[in-house]
Design a protein around this ligand. Structure first.
Ligand SMILES: Cc1cc2nc3c(=O)[nH]c(=O)nc-3n(C[C@H](O)[C@H](O)[C@H](O)COP(=O)(O)OP(=O)(O)OC[C@H]3O[C@@H](n4cnc5c(N)ncnc54)[C@H](O)[C@@H]3O)c2cc1C
Length: 347
């Protein structure tokens, strides 16, 4: 395993902005990961782990440390009563893994079709879409601990998943490198589709009892309409998907916001703790930031107010400034603080 110098990171991210990594290594095996982490530990160099770069904003000055690109490959299935365990190495492209589960009639990942990036990143923010999240099917995660340079297995409980969050993301940030993820998937048809856009797409095709493959196809169609698939020819293509998390507020706050705009219907989703999850995209649009808005070389997607798009010539600082402008606008209009979803390196 080689460690190179001054590796450009922008081409390795979907947003396509930002500078170089001072040091860069590609890890194709667990021992490569351990070696790279050991190299950095001996030199007291900070480390960041790179998958597909689809949830990442790299600063214009780059990252002054070692970036480890995770490229471990391999997928296996082992049968269980009523289903299978799917084990995928961290560098496998996520959507290929979803596709192979669907092809085998294994349920639980079909709603997560089309999400860019790698398997290893999915437990970090508990990737989710259209009513599914990986927390529901992850059985265990194998990861190397940077503190000890030893691999260990964490079961789903130890991962402490919640909405776009996990133990890896908020309790032990940057400490673990995910090597492998194991999913326990039942062999069954899809569950009831509750998400309105998906229901619409399925009924448009007159599919009353859709198969897993039908649900996957519907998810891909809906995502394509919203520019939420990676497509280099799409003018909204350079993004990291949703730039902000959907905020969770008290029910009193949700009512206060509804009173501010009595004629608009605020999308709100009750949470188990009694609070309400609001749609960040709705708050952004009702704060005066419309789809397709441009600000220099950056702007909002023409299809989706939650996605910040980097156009030709964009810099990471423009992206960040624009994001801060949106946060300030939503805070001023609704008194709600939007938290960014992507990870920021080198700021
Ligand atoms: C068009 C588009 C649509 C999207 N739609 C969705 C969506 O519907 N739902 C959703 O949840 N996300 C979505 N995303 C965000 C993103 O695709 C996911 O978060 C994805 O899991 C990131 O994977 P990645 O491999 O690209 O991670 P990266 O961007 O490379 O990294 C993201 C974070 O994970 C860490 N990481 C990556 N690999 C590892 C590893 N092996 N071990 C430890 N840490 C690691 C990185 O250090 C970083 O902190 C979307 C992004 C885009 C561009």
């Amino acid at each position: 395993m080689e460690i190179s110098d001054h590796e450009p990171l922008a081409p390795r991210t979907t947003l396509g902005v930002g500078g170089k990594a001072r040091y860069f290594a590609l890890a194709r095996s667990e021992s490569d990961v351990i070696q790279a982490l050991g190299w950095a530990k001996a030199r007291e160099v900070p480390v960041r782990v790179l998958g597909g770069g689809s949830n990442l904003v790299v600063a214009d000055q780059g990252f002054d440390g070692l970036v480890v690109g995770v490229e471990l490959r391999g997928v296996s299935f082992s049968p269980t009563t009523g289903g299978a365990l799917l084990t995928a190495r961290a560098g496998e492209p996520w959507d290929d893994v979803v596709e192979s589960a669907v092809r085998r009639g294994l349920a639980g990942l079909e709603g997560l079709s089309g999400i860019p990036g790698s398997v290893g990143a999915t437990p970090i923010q508990n990737v989710g879409a259209y009513g599914q999240e990986v927390a529901e099917t992850i059985d265990s995660v194998r990861a190397v601990d940077r503190a000890t340079l030893e691999p260990l297995e964490l079961d789903a409980k130890a991962c402490r998943f919640s909405y776009r969050d996990s133990f890896f993301k908020s309790e032990a940030p940057e400490r673990f490198v995910v090597i492998e993820v194991r999913f326990a998937l039942p062999q069954r048809p899809p569950g009831v589709v509750r998400y309105p856009d998906l229901q619409r797409e399925l009924s448009r095709q007159h599919l009353t009892q859709p198969s897993l493959a039908d649900v996957r196809a519907a998810v891909l169609a809906v995502r394509a309409e919203k520019s939420m698939l990676l497509d280099p020819s799409d003018p909204n293509g350079r993004s990291c998907g949703s730039f902000f998390l959907n905020p969770v507020v008290s029910s009193a706050d949700a009512e206060r916001i509804e009173r501010l705009l009595p004629d608009a219907s605020l999308p709100k989703y009750p949470q188990p703790d009694g609070r309400m999850k609001l749609a960040a995209g709705w708050l952004i649009e009702h704060s005066g930031f419309h789809k397709g808005l441009r600000d220099g070389h950056v702007g909002l997607s023409t299809k989706h107010a939650l996605a910040i798009v980097a156009h030709g010539g964009a810099t990471a600082s423009e992206v960040r400034r624009f994001a801060q402008k949106i946060q300030a606008g939503v805070e001023a209009r609704f008194g709600v603080a939007l938290a960014p979803e992507p990870n920021f390196w080198g700021f």
